[in-house]
Write a protein that binds this ligand. Structure first.
Ligand code: SAM
Length: 274
């Protein structure tokens, strides 16, 4: 199955308009690979037929399926390990001291994908900071993809997914086996407020944040979109709050008001004096 230049341009413009994701011309192969399953699922005979249907009825929901199919949802429990070590050894002990009077911490996992990242944070807190059980801890997890947020809410993972990064004792303590799937316990799922929105457009009201994980999503955007997102992050991140990006991402050369704090093999960013 292949796309003509005009069809590729139509999909590329749609995905940019709806999700700010930049698809370079050489990503034609990716578009074809991601959309081929949709062709079969929706009963079309070719990619051209699918694009023609989107063009003739742009508001019938098919376009949104295409946008969702073009998001990359790669994630895993304890992805990259070091940010979570930093959270455990430095960030949380510091925050617990600083917020001792308030007894409240707000976490936001932007670009949550299928939920492994937010549930990693929840388990890490449960395992290492039992004193926080009496604090008010708020967890928000957001993503543009409705399908991914549904997966987050269900908290169900295959054997392959739990094999990727989840230590066996945590699997035993926090999951129950349902058929061939592992579902995270209800008490943890209920702690997360799941929200669907586009980081590249105006954000809904969010509380001031102590910790923001926005990992492995800025890489898909152009400079203008990254600048817009970082300026919004600055508004909601508390001056002594902690901002985490993916290993291949940085605020450098995008917004110089963030200070990078490197500890061991990883880093976080802050907007206030460090
Ligand atoms: C590669 S995953 C990152 C998951 C997780 N943060 C991690 O690092 O393991 C990127 C996620 O960003 C989401 N995403 C892409 N564009 C977005 C946008 N404009 N607004 C919000 N989320 C977006 C995708 O749906 C996808 O789930």
């Amino acid at each position: 199955m292949s796309l003509s230049e005009a069809e590729f341009s139509y999909v590329r413009d749609l995905v940019y308009r709806q999700a700010a994701i930049v698809l370079e011309k050489e990503k034609n192969y990716l578009v074809e690979a991601r959309l081929s399953p949709l062709v079969r699922r929706h009963g079309f005979n070719s990619l051209s037929e699918l694009v023609a249907q989107m063009r003739s009825q742009p508001n019938n929901g098919l376009s949104w399926h295409v946008v969702e199919a073009m998001t990359t949802n790669e994630t895993s429990f304890f992805r990259d390990v070091h940010p979570f070590e930093l959270l455990k050894k430095n960030v949380l002990p510091e925050l617990i001291q600083r917020r001792a009077a308030l007894r409240q911490i707000n976490f936001w996992c932007a670009a949550a994908s299928s939920g492994q990242e937010i549930y990693t944070i929840l388990m890490l807190l449960r395992e290492n900071f039992p004193q926080l059980q009496t604090w008010k801890i708020n967890f928000i997890a957001s993503d543009i993809s409705k399908e991914m947020l549904e997966r987050c809410r269900e908290g169900c993972y295959s054997q392959l997914e739990v094999n990727r990064g989840l230590p066996a004792p945590l699997l035993i303590n926090y999951f129950q086996k349902i058929g061939t799937q592992w579902q995270i316990k209800d008490e943890l799922r209920r702690m997360v407020d799941f929200r669907q929105f586009n980081l590249a457009q105006a954000w809904p009201a969010l509380p001031p944040m102590d910790v923001i994980f926005m990992r492995n999503v800025l890489i898909y955007f152009d400079m203008e979109t990254k600048k817009g997102i970082l300026s919004r992050v600055k508004r909601i991140l508390k001056p002594d709050g902690y901002f985490f990006l993916g290993g291949a991402e940085t605020t450098l050369n995008i917004d110089e008001s963030f200070k990078r704090v490197q500890i061991d093999k990883t880093a976080y960013y802050q907007t206030g004096p460090v």
